[in-house]
Ligand binder design. Structure first.
Ligand code: MSP
Length: 522
């Protein structure tokens, strides 16, 4: 394995346990998984965290509606998210639940630190609260409906709340946060979200109510009978709980904090890019290096919602396309950071064009020719022409450089565009070189061409592992590549020919369109 390039810590948001996993959650988690896998193969020591957010009024109300205890409710729903990780082939190193003891200790530890440093005071809260978002809103942010309902910008209905509460002195962090954003221009990405956060903070921050007394499903506030923590201060702390906080000398904390990337959806950027760094700075802890907010998926132009009955679950995707093709599609289709629209039509087109006809066909054509024309032995040769060398350079050296650069700024779609260009170049090379004709005309040249192609497939198989782990591993198995020769450092070595392969098997079947299947049946 390569030299160790250091530590890399990536997190998903922790998911609310009032919903089954759907395309949105799957998207966030898969994007993190790709980064985690990429960094491991690139020689980093990676910590990848996901989990569930289990406290708050919303969960309490959902459990009551079902007639179960909040703990029973959360046990059931949390498991759905663990299952999601398993079925989507997610390589998380830990799975955190905010109802775990270790988390309560961390949240209370952070709270105590904030009290100690004078950042928390007691007062009474009165204002508008949206249970659905678990968020407070200012009067000026709300719209009032004809029947007097107050609606938050997210569409959630707000209720008036008045209770005794502890407050975090967020108002004191307006200037330090603006300075922090200025000093760290890549802290919030993409740029459009950064602008949005900047203008929100420039408007001035109000102190934040951080405890509740009207229900008890939360982490207890230390030394304050009847108060539980506001669910967001509780939830955000998960990112340091998993590293052993409140022990700031814990090995994991020292090694992995500050996090490299908190991946979030655009709806929760404010919590991560405003509240979280303010809490951390107040507790004298470094803020994370980056918060990346991705966009939202709609389904054939509509918002995904239970009432419209168009919620796509990861299981629907897997059943139709398989795990790897689903992972590929989600990250290839939409520029990461933008909103995207999902349709089966687009998914089938993309998967067939780029996986079945692109990579799949390249591998199948090459390996079948080697199997038939070279007695199943990968040729051993070194008589490369300039054309062969140009292709090898592109796929062995240049491709990983492009992908590394794009993934460092979370441009998954760009990374995959470079990958597609490399596959297309290799497919064009087969067509130009026409190795099937060379068998009789120039068998030595045929061997060079087939070796070059086998080497391209090895390199393509290595670089694409983070996106399509299972299929790429099948491909590398067909080429008999050892498990310890699949890291990115193996790209600077060359395939040594002279060994025998098994009869090749297609890795990406073409997906039949619904209308094609129906047509055949008729
Ligand atoms: N519990 C909070 C996060 C706390 S992190 C300290 C939460 N949970 S959530 O389950 O509601 O959402 C988790 C993620 O799913 C968010 O990043 C959200 O943006 C994402 N998505 C939910 N619906 C989505 C789409 N339709 N499309 C893409 N992502 C979406 O918020």
């Amino acid at each position: 394995m390569a030299e160790n390039k250091g530590a890399y810590y990536i997190t998903t948001p922790i998911y609310y346990v009032n919903d089954k996993p759907h395309l949105g959650h799957t998207y966030t988690t898969v994007s993190c998984d790709v980064l985690a896998r990429f960094k491991r193969l690139d020689g980093y020591d990676v910590m990848f965290l996901t989990g569930t957010d289990e406290h708050g009024l919303k969960v309490k109300q959902a459990a009551e509606k079902k007639g179960v205890t909040p703990q029973e409710h959360t046990d059931f729903f949390s498991k759905n998210f663990r299952d999601l990780a398993e079925v989507m082939n997610i390589s998380n190193d830990d799975f955190i639940r905010t109802t775990e003891e270790r988390h309560k200790l961390a949240a209370q530890g952070l709270w105590n630190k904030l009290v100690e440093k004078g950042h928390i005071y007691k007062d009474s809260y009165s204002g508008w609260y949206a249970v659905r978002d678990e968020a407070y809103y200012g009067e000026d942010e709300l719209t009032v409906t004809a029947d007097g309902k107050r609606i938050a910008p997210s569409g959630a209905e707000c209720e008036w709340m008045e209770e005794e509460s502890y407050f975090f002195k967020l108002s004191e962090w307006t200037e330090p946060l603006l300075k922090f954003y200025e000093d760290h221009p890549d802290f919030i990405m993409p740029q459009s979200r950064r602008n949005e956060v900047l203008s929100f903070v420039k408007g001035g921050l109000r102190d934040l109510s951080i405890s509740r007394t009207t229900f008890d499903w939360g982490v207890k506030v230390p030394n304050a009978e009847g108060h539980v923590m506001y669910v967001w201060i509780d939830a955000l702390t998960n990112y340091i709980t998993a590293l052993g906080y409140p022990d700031e000398n814990a090995d994991m904390f020292k090694k992995f904090w500050p996090a490299d990337v908190h991946m979030v959806g655009k709806d929760i950027i404010r919590f991560h890019a405003v509240y979280w760094p303010a809490f951390l700075m107040a507790a004298n802890i470094a803020p994370p290096k980056r918060v990346f907010a991705h966009g939202w998926w709609t389904i054939e132009g509509e918002k995904m919602s239970k009432s419209l009955g168009n919620v796509i679950s990861p299981y629907d995707l897997i059943e139709k396309y398989g795990v790897d093709a689903s992972r590929y599609f989600m990250l290839r289709e939409v520029p990461f950071g933008n909103d995207g629209d999902f349709s089966d039509e687009q998914a089938v087109t993309r998967i067939n064009a780029e996986l079945a006809n692109g990579l799949g066909n390249l591998a199948q054509r090459t390996l079948s020719m080697i199997f038939k024309n070279c007695d199943a032995v990968i040729p051993a040769t070194s008589a490369f022409t300039d054309v062969d060398n140009a292709l090898l350079k592109m796929i062995r050296e240049e491709l990983i450089t492009h992908i590394r650069r794009e993934l460092d700024v979370q441009k998954f779609h760009e990374a995959l565009r470079y990958f597609k260009m490399a596959v297309d170049a290799a497919n064009a090379y087969i067509d130009e070189q026409a190795p099937w004709k060379l068998k009789k005309e120039d068998p030595a040249r045929m061997e060079v061409v087939l070796y070059t192609l086998a080497e391209c497939i090895r390199c393509l198989g290595i670089v694409i592992q983070p996106f399509i782990p299972e299929t790429s591993s099948k491909l590398l198995d067909q080429l008999k590549i050892d498990a310890d020769a699949r890291g990115f450092d193996a790209l600077s070595t060359a395939l040594v020919g002279g060994f025998t392969i098994d009869k090749p098997e297609g890795i990406f079947p073409r997906i039949e369109r619904k209308d094609e299947t129906e047509g055949q049946a008729a």
